[in-house]
Design a protein around this ligand. Structure first.
Ligand SMILES: *Cc1c(COP(=O)(O)O)cnc(C)c1O
Length: 380
């Protein structure tokens, strides 16, 4: 079955008991069993497993082409349960441009278990191979990356990781399986913040891990999720399932709008550079074109004039709301350096943009007025 068809049908089978076309939500925390713990339908306690989560996990595995999936309470819960399942003393490679939360885990929490993380430019395959020679348990890719939209060659990273005896994990939040399927390119685990495009409406947190194999490592991560409790609520599992049915359609629209905005911004004198993998000027455009179906709804832009100029543009945008997160219907903009804490990692002139589902002409017009010398500019 093709992706669009799977997205509508995987996990969405009519209720066998009553034919309901919308999947039911089972809120039960506990399930009847026999006097000696005999299970009736495989369930015992919600934290271990439940019918709504089963539907969501079947959908996630189907869309990523994996053997098994685990839903979690957030993207960070997915990341944590995976990294905490590595043996104490393990070494991991993480991207030099990545979701802030991963960098904080790597600096604050992993060392407490003797797990060390080396930051590597995942686009530089020689650098990755050299870093992997030191012995490594897991290579973490995030492509396109947050917030600089760096692109890493997933198939090449898989070869390097496997040659070193390591697993390759790919954070596929920005692309989603509608645009990129890391397991088919050799990755072992895909991680998602389903809070973003899967949910799609900025109203539902969640995370996921999808595994290429239902093996001992999968069982260890599933066991840890059960016992440490970072599960997804049935209600959020249901909202995520609901969002996934329209994922391919929404992604097509996000891509179209982001491309239109990226092309416009690239031609603006006030703009230093646009980071969007769909532009021919992107340094890894060819890699992106080879491993992605389309280039996504995220871009970032560096504004000439530094921090003050970037903040002025952010303050003048009207349709693009200043807010964190991404992947919803509404367009958002964020000066990342301002929200990254005491030691910001992002350049001070960078604005990250989540391009929503509005009409592209309205989105471009908003940037045109914000970059231009309209009346508000005298205030800045
Ligand atoms: C948001 C995000 C995360 C973290 O997910 P939460 O659902 O916020 O916990 C991880 N990776 C990427 C790329 C993200 O955008």
């Amino acid at each position: 079955m093709r992706f669009e068809t799977l997205a509508v049908h995987a996990g969405g089978e009519p209720d066998p008991g009553n034919g309901a076309m919308a999947p039911p939500i089972h809120l039960a925390t506990t399930f009847r069993h026999g006097p000696a713990g005999e299970r009736e339908a495989g369930y015992e306690y919600q934290r271990e497993g439940n019918p709504t989560q089963d539907r969501l996990e079947a959908m996630l595995a189907a869309l990523e082409g994996g053997a098994a999936a685990l839903a979690t309470g957030s993207g960070m819960a997915a990341m944590s349960v995976l990294l905490d399942s590595l043996p104490a003393g393990a070494r991991v490679l993480i991207p030099d441009d990545c979701y802030t939360g991963l960098r904080v885990l790597a600096h604050e929490f992993l060392p407490q278990r003797g797990v060390s993380a080396a930051l590597v430019d995942m686009a530089d395959l020689d650098a990755v191979a050299a870093a992997a020679r030191g012995g490594v348990a897991l290579v973490w890719a995030e492509t396109p990356s947050n917030p600089q939209l760096k692109v890493a060659d997933i198939a090449a990273l898989a070869r390097i990781a496997h040659d070193a005896g390591a697993l390759l994990t790919c954070d596929n939040t920005f692309a989603t399986p509608a645009l990129q399927q890391p397991l088919a390119l050799g990755a072992d685990v895909v991680m998602h913040s389903t809070t973003k495009y899967f949910g799609g409406h900025s109203d539902c947190m969640g995370g996921a891990l999808v595994f290429a194999r239902r093996d001992a490592f999968f069982e260890a991560v599933a066991h840890r999720r059960h016992l440490t409790g970072g599960i997804l609520s049935p209600f959020n599992a249901w909202l995520t399932l609901r969002g996934a049915r329209s994922l391919p359609a929404r992604m097509a629209w996000h891509c179209r709008n982001a491309r239109a905005l990226a092309v416009f911004l690239e031609g603006q004198p006030a703009v230093e550079v646009v980071h969007y993998p769909g532009l021919a000027s992107h340094p890894r455009h060819a890699v992106a074109a080879a491993q992605m179906r389309d280039f996504g709804g995220m871009l970032s832009v560096r504004i000439r004039g530094g921090r003050e100029a970037a903040l002025r543009v952010a303050s003048r945008l009207k349709l693009f709301t200043n807010a964190t997160s991404l992947g919803g219907c509404e367009s958002l903009v964020e000066h990342r350096a301002s929200v990254e804490g005491a030691t910001p990692f992002s350049p001070q002139d960078l604005l990250r943009v989540s391009v929503g589902l509005e009409h592209p002409d309205d989105l471009v017009a908003d940037w045109a007025q914000a970059l231009g010398d309209g009346p508000a500019s005298s205030a800045g």
